[in-house]
Design a protein around this ligand. Structure first.
Ligand code: ADP
Ligand code: MG
Length: 224
């Protein structure tokens, strides 16, 4: 599903953020990526989204070599990769329903599909009752659920989450982790960047540890 072969990324400023990373994430896996601040985790996520191109190496996602995707094809590629961030990134002037529907409107989904799928996905994340609320009327945990619903509404095969619980208290953070686990059990490949070692220890998933841009440990999960 995701394959990195000898991937390195050096930023223009000369900072080498990722160094010779090779890894394989199989369809249906749940993987944590952990590492200190500045170790290159967000850079990896951006490479997978093709927000950045690697300086060296090859990245293959869902059978596609990202190098071969041109600028015009990027939006279509990103439809297959849902993403959530620490700071939710919701549209503040639109309600919950509209925030999720927006992701379908940008890909010009038929209206009847939007009407059918937005309520379904909001139920899945436990927010059916709050579809008319604005982001500022929601708790952090609820806002992250909206972001997850938005990331999933176009049915991507992969969900990437960059510190999704970084702004949440412990209880909400757990709820979000449980939701991500549920989403994985429904078949989506899930990659979660986190600082929170309590979750990592308790959830018993594959854990990829990076240190100064290098994968220093990769444990747990199914052997592939
Ligand atoms: P993490 O998400 O693990 O905290 P990042 O991937 O954000 O780490 O950053 C890895 C390294 O790359 C850090 O040293 C950071 O300062 C540097 N970096 C990140 N973005 C840029 C950029 N746009 N330009 C230059 N250096 C960057
Ligand atoms: Mg980061």
């Amino acid at each position: 599903m995701i394959r990195l072969e000898h991937v390195s990324k050096t930023y223009e400023a000369g900072v080498q953020a990722v160094t010779d990373v090779s890894l394989h994430i199989a369809p249906g896996e749940f993987v944590f990526i952990v590492g200190d601040s500045g170790s290159g985790k967000s850079t990896l996520i951006k490479l997978l989204l093709k927000e950045l191109n690697p300086t060296h190496g090859k990245i293959i996602v869902g059978g596609k070599d990202l190098e071969k995707i041109n600028r015009r094809q990027i939006p279509r590629y990103r439809r297959n990769v849902g993403v959530v961030f620490q700071n939710f990134r919701l549209l503040q002037d639109r309600n919950v329903y509209e925030n999720v529907a927006f992701a379908m409107r940008v890909i010009e989904a038929p209206k009847k599909d939007i009407k059918r799928k937005v309520p379904t996905i909001l139920s899945l994340v436990g927010l059916a009752a709050k579809y008319r609320s604005l982001p500022k009327q929601l708790s952090g945990g609820e806002q992250q659920r909206v972001a997850i619903a938005r990331a999933l509404v176009n049915e991507p095969k992969i969900l990437l989450a960059d510190e999704p619980t970084g702004n949440l208290d412990n209880r909400n953070a757990w709820e979000i982790m449980k939701l991500l686990d549920e989403i994985n059990q429904r078949g989506t490949t899930v990659v979660v960047v986190t600082h929170n070692m309590d979750f990592v220890k308790t959830m018993n998933k594959r854990v990829i540890t990076i240190k100064k841009g290098v994968v220093v440990d990769d444990q747990g999960g199914e052997e592939i």
